[in-house]
Design a protein around this ligand. Sequence first.
Ligand code: KG4
Ligand code: ZN
Length: 311
Amino acid sequence: MIKILAIESSCDETAASVVEDGCTVLSNVINSQANLHKKYGGVVPEVASRLHIEAIDGVVKQALIDASCTIDDIDAVAVTYAPGLVGSLLVGLSYAKAYAFATGKPLIGVHHIEGHICANYLMGLTPPFMCLVVSGGHSHIIYVEDYRKYKVLGKTRDDAAGEAYDKVARVVGLSYPGGPSIDKAAKLGLPCIPITKPKFHDETLDFSFSGIKTAIINYHHNMEQKGEEINVNDLCASFQSTVVDILTTNTFKAAEMTGVKKVAIAGGVASNSALRESFEKEAKKRGMEFVCPSPIYCTDNAAMIGAAAYH
Ligand code: KG4
Ligand code: ZN
């Protein structure tokens, strides 16, 4: 049995977890700063770094307590080293380095996006599989041929999916983080506002979300200028159905192209209810297996870092 103490601090969540053999979560502590950044409409990097410093010691100690472990039971320390906000990353990384050095345990650096993908190992998924990674900074279609063996088949040419969610939410007056707010509003609306999808050559699996975001912003401004009432729920439903449709189409196209029979999703946007439903439906139609992490393992957490570090 290998027990890994994992730490994640790349954005606005200070998180620590103890994971056994890369698949069993013994504890999962997440201290989210989202409420403190809400009033600014997004993460303020300097504020985030300072809050990580205040929280990290307590979060790590709590993760050990919840897992009924002491440091003597831990085999290695894992930590997100990139990508993310530099000041935020530095807090987790410095803490983990000091912890590993002081206790004589090995230190394992984990790439944040690899961590998101490996959240699926907590659900029992094994490679090969096609994985859509959609977070605040990334939108990638990644073919996971084997553990640690990745091939990027498609990616965004401009904004990440989560970034588009956050910007659209801000324009229509919904609170940060935009993804959950739009997800909620979309359930109360209808996708009745036509939004043009970006057109690429047939052979590409790339995404583009900047045009969709601009279309929503322009629609909102036009209606405001004309003094007409805007149905925010319909606007959110229209935006969400367009984005979900593109993400689903391209990922399953990638799966068909490679012949892989398992499809997974990862990253903060993977907790979106419409995206999960759409993938579920599409996989069933094509006789494929669909796996997704529980929503708590989609948004930033340290358990996924522990799962990645094991491999
Ligand atoms: O993976 P994550 O927690 O942090 C990054 O690595 O970026 O992803 C954060 C992103 C944000 O853009 C947030 O709005 C989005 O995930 N998100 C969602 C939902 N929950 C979080 N987007 C759509 N629907 C959701 N339910
Ligand atoms: Zn993330």
